[in-house]
Write a new protein. Structure first.
Length: 262
């Protein structure tokens, strides 16, 4: 694991790559949560607002607040239609800028393994949610190569290079999520795996889109030319194409929800 920090600052680049993936999972996630309308939500690690917008479009909330450490991402979020309802704040998961019991539901979308102390992040979610409210999250199963970037990361390792990884990879495991939710005192805990598929027009579309990730683009750009060509060819060989040259690739997320004791 690299100790280099992964910084998401470019909202448009995130939208092209991970925003699309997040919505694919988010649709299934929200259907599974099946929340009633009129709730007060907080979206922790809201990034560029991809999930926040989906939440507003799908769940008819009475209010939504998004928190993220990146002002660049928040600027993109504030330019979305969601900003007519949502309010966005700069802040961190381990110290949320809200009073106790402020919300009916707290969610983390593709965030928990970026939190240096996941248990503290969950404790903050529990603190700001009212008794009987919901605390939920979904995250790529990165520990089992379930993320959308897994093919490139695998081939990077094969040629002896590593890419920066989130600080709390173990939190992507379903067993770890269950322990985190139980240790936080949450009740009625439920989990599910969500598999989603995304289509790319061709390999170049997949390659350029995926390299928009800040933990992939810079390390690959720094490779020697021969290594970069070898890497790209190896990744292309891994990915099946259809008769039109399109690539369809699947990724796996782990999802969890629990209820704050009443």
């Amino acid at each position: 694991m690299s100790d280099q920090k992964i910084r998401f600052e470019d909202g448009a680049a995130y939208e092209r790559m991970m925003g699309t993936w997040s919505r694919l999972v988010g649709i299934e996630f929200l259907s599974w949560l099946n929340p009633r309308s009129g709730l007060r939500w907080v979206d922790i690690g809201c990034g560029n607002g991809a999930f926040t917008q989906l939440l507003i479009d799908s769940c008819a909330p009475v209010e939504v607040h998004g928190v993220d450490p990146s002002e660049g991402q928040l600027a993109f979020a504030r330019a979305r239609p969601a900003a007519r309802i949502a309010e966005f704040y700069q802040g961190h998961a381990m110290q949320l800028p809200f009073p106790d019991h402020r919300f009916d539901a707290a969610v983390m979308a593709l965030v928990i393994f970026y939190v240096p102390d996941p248990a503290k992040g969950i404790a903050e979610m529990v603190r700001v949610v009212a008794p009987g409210g919901t605390v939920a999250a979904y995250i790529w199963d990165i520990a089992n190569d379930g993320s959308p970037t897994a093919p490139i990361q695998a081939e990077m390792r094969a040629i002896g290079h590593t890419v920066p990884m989130p600080p709390s990879i173990d939190a992507s495991r379903m067993e770890t999520l269950r322990h985190l939710w139980a240790d936080a005192g949450l009740e009625a805990i439920d989990t599910r795996q969500i598999i989603v598929e995304r289509s790319f027009a061709d390999f170049e579309d997949f390659w350029t889109t995926t390299l928009a990730m800040p933990n992939l683009g810079p390390p690959i750009a720094a490779l020697a030319s021969a290594d970069a060509k070898r890497l790209k060819a190896a990744v292309q060989k891994r990915l099946p194409v259809d008769g039109r040259g399109c690539i369809k690739y699947s990724a796996l997320a782990n999802a969890i929800m629990g209820q704050v004791p009443g």
